[in-house]
Design a protein around this ligand. Structure first.
Ligand SMILES: [Zn+2]
Ligand SMILES: [Zn+2]
Length: 287
């Protein structure tokens, strides 16, 4: 019997939504990923950018409600703005657990409460009807039915996870906000070395490629990578699919289409697949 894992991209944009005509092929919604497998009996969602709203709208409002776990890489707006618009949260039959890496002294629940405080939004988190709990996820591997999750710290402007999911032995790494350094300082080299060990041999690596090299040189320390450096640092690591994401809101479809063709031509031999991902795209791993 063939099994499969489906990776669904509900939002691939970084920083802010961009509902412009020139962005509609790659999509204007911010980061939200869904992983599906026959081995996983509940929803598995990563990040709550505006793409989460569409995911919620597509779910069946079954008699039993929806059940799932949501892992958030970090609490920047582009990874949280869809949270209050996820319809299953307003269904008393639903059950969700939300995980966020520690943010200094502030708990996951306090961050989400603040995001949905009265000043910013009419519905507070306590008014959500689903059975909800928010947990601060300290580093370490956790096993759930059908999969495990672990993370390493990204290089970003706040404490941010690079999540690793293992489903039926298949490894999927998600790093939507991560600045791979280009310098050769000791710290940078140590980080690159740790990163390489973490992603080595992954079946799928979904990585931040918000900038190109020229943009990155002007935005060092902003917490994002350029596609040239991501390819350079990952091409010898036996990675199956390298999927580039967190597109800059100013990157038009025309620009991204041309880059997609270019990386396939120049680096297609280094990966089983390499592409700039689009909103609405599904990637299936069959085994
Ligand atoms: Zn982001
Ligand atoms: Zn961020």
């Amino acid at each position: 019997m063939t099994n499969s894992i489906k990776i669904k991209f509900w939002g691939v944009r970084g920083s802010t939504p961009c509902a412009n005509a020139e962005n509609m092929v790659f999509g204007g919604n911010t980061t939200c990923l869904q992983l599906e497998s026959d081995s996983i009996p509940e929803l598995l969602i990563v990040d709550c950018g505006t793409g989460l709203r569409n995911l919620g709208n597509k779910l069946d409002a079954s008699d039993e409600g929806n059940k799932g776990r949501i892992f958030i890489t970090h609490p920047h707006w582009d990874h949280l703005q869809g949270f209050p618009f996820f319809k299953p949260f307003y269904d008393s039959k639903s059950w969700f657990r939300v995980y966020l890496p520690p943010q200094d002294e502030v708990s996951c629940k306090e961050i989400l409460q603040g995001h949905m405080s009265n000043t910013f939004f009419p519905v507070t988190i306590d008014m959500l009807e689903a059975d909800m709990d928010c947990e601060t996820y300290h580093p370490g591997k956790i096993d759930f039915e059908g999969y495990s999750v672990d993370y390493m710290w990204a290089k970003h402007t706040v404490q941010t996870a690079i999540y690793k999911f293992v489903i039926d032995g298949k490894v999927i790494v998600f790093a939507p906000d991560n600045e791979l350094p280009m310098d050769t300082e000791k710290d940078s080299l140590e980080f690159i070395s740790e990163f390489k060990e973490f992603v080595r041999g992954a079946d799928v690596l979904i990585h931040d490629a918000q900038f190109n090299m020229a943009q990155h040189q002007e935005r060092l320390g902003w917490g994002h990578s350029c596609w040239e450096n991501v390819i350079d640092k990952t091409k010898g690591l036996n990675i199956g699919k390298l999927l580039l994401t967190h597109h800059d809101p100013d990157s038009s479809d025309d620009y991204l289409q041309k880059l997609d063709v270019r990386v396939k031509e120049e680096f297609g031999k280094n990966f089983e697949e390499i592409s700039f991902v689009k909103e609405g795209q599904d990637i299936t791993l069959s085994y």
